[in-house]
Design a protein around this ligand. Structure first.
Ligand code: NAD
Ligand code: ZN
Ligand code: ZN
Length: 390
């Protein structure tokens, strides 16, 4: 089959590789009809995530048709059924899965012991990500093996296009969880840093969850325009002081809820100049790392919540923790417990409350995937979300 394969930094190729096979009775094989490139895939492309190996098949946003089902998954899944596959693989039986904490499933990461030893922590198994998260082959491919397939799937009813439901596997529940974890009240202002695909889903979720005011921050014109179309007031962080604008828009009090939909990328793009004169504590923080996190902590209204869907790896330093403590801030974060949210979100799509396909700007055959990684990373051609057709 054809698949997008990791060969090293800036080197993802469309290769011919062996078809996947059932390896365990709970597996299924899915023929991928549609898949997408995620901001998290860029961390692999740019080689800032440890644990990749030459030959790894990438991709964790995908859907398709069930082709083959292992003996122990047969009662839950039938050949021919159409499914979206959650990017967090989960067993459904361990203590964390029973609590609905699927992204920290204790059994689905087959390299858990290695990750614990090297990292001191672990997540659930993830598709098309590093060997520290299980090293499972990804879904930017014609076929994919789905482990724990009897639980790790979302069945799709008739009458919905791939584009309408594909994002149930990651960015829609990711944006939703980021907003839902803020426990949004009708009097709340929600500020969202980052208007990439995750930020866009977060904006629409915060609007659906009834925020008084949603403010979105980025510097890419097309992304700011899409945020505005979704109901947000926008701030271009290259043009104006984020902290000053947020204070202005909240009568000097600051947003009650702040969401970081940027993640590690902020390390490279940080412009702390925009907050220097206001954030006295930030003056001590000469490092530009964790800029978004610091900006959120500084501007968030006391007793507010910071929600962080943006992905971080390793250590992030120069965090004004005393400020967070004295302001009584709440932090919520993590990989998304995809399946916790998807019954509700599928209903909302069916009811027409939202059509997540609004975020798609590019649809191309799988073999154009490698160049699309670069277009998406560099935000060229108005690129916001790339969908691939194997
Ligand atoms: P993306 O890279 O397309 O979007 C990031 C956006 O942040 C860009 O539009 C960029 O211009 C903007 N940005 C950069 N620096 C900024 C700053 N200082 N202030 C405001 N905006 C800034 O990626 P994406 O697909 O939207 O993903 C965003 C993050 O979410 C990534 O870290 C990704 O790994 C993460 N993610 C997490 C989960 C999860 O389960 N928690 C799931 C999917 C993606
Ligand atoms: Zn993702
Ligand atoms: Zn589990």
């Amino acid at each position: 089959m054809r698949a997008l394969v990791w060969h090293g930094a800036n080197d993802i190729r469309c290769d011919t590789v062996p078809d996947p096979e059932i390896e365990h009775p709970r597996d299924a094989i899915v023929r991928v009809s549609t898949c997408a490139i995620c901001g998290s895939d860029l961390h692999l492309h740019d080689n800032v995530m440890p644990g990749m190996e030459k030959g790894d098949i990438v991709g964790h946003e995908f859907m398709g048709e069930v082709m083959e089902v292992g003996a122990e998954a047969k009662s839950a899944l039938k050949v021919g059924e159409r499914v979206v596959v959650p990017f967090t693989i989960f067993c459904g039986e361990c203590d964390q899965c029973r609590r609905g904490n699927y992204s920290v499933c204790e059994r689905s990461n087959r390299n858990k012991a290695l990750a614990d030893k090297l990292f001191g922590h672990t997540t659930a198994g993830l598709f098309g990500y590093t060997h520290l998260t299980g090293g499972y082959a990804g879904g930017q491919a014609e076929y994919v093996r789905v482990p724990f397939a009897d639980r790790t799937h979302i069945k799709i009813p008739e009458g919905l296009t791939d584009e309408q439901v594909l994002f149930l596997g990651d960015i829609f529940p990711t944006g939703w969880q980021a907003a839902a974890q803020c426990d949004i009240q009708p009097t709340d202002t929600v500020a969202i840093w980052g208007c990439g695909p995750v930020g866009q889903m977060t904006i629409r979720s915060a609007v659906l969850l009834g925020a008084k005011q949603v403010i979105a921050i980025d510097r890419v014109p097309e992304r700011l325009a899409m945020a505005k179309a979704g109901g947000a007031i926008t701030i271009d962080f290259e043009e104006e002081s984020v902290v000053e604008r947020l204070n202005e828009l909240t009568g000097g009090k600051g947003p009650e809820k702040c969401i970081d939909a940027v993640g590690m990328e902020a390390h490279a793009t940080a412009t702390i100049d925009s907050m220097m004169d206001r954030a006295k504590q930030a003056l001590m923080l000469e490092s530009d790392r964790a800029h978004v996190l610091r900006e959120m902590m500084y501007v968030c209204r006391p007793a507010g919540t910071l929600s962080i869907p943006g992905v971080y790896g390793g250590l992030v330093d120069k965090i004004p923790f005393g400020m967070a403590m004295n302001k009584g801030l709440t932090f919520r974060m993590g990989q998304t417990h995809v399946k916790r949210w998807t019954d509700d979100l599928l209903n909302r799509i069916q009811e027409g409350q939202i059509d997540p396909s609004f975020v798609i700007t590019h649809t191309v055959p799988l073999d154009q995937g490698p160049e699309m990684y670069k277009t998406f990373r560099d935000k060229r051609d108005g690129c916001i979300k790339v969908v691939l057709k194997p």
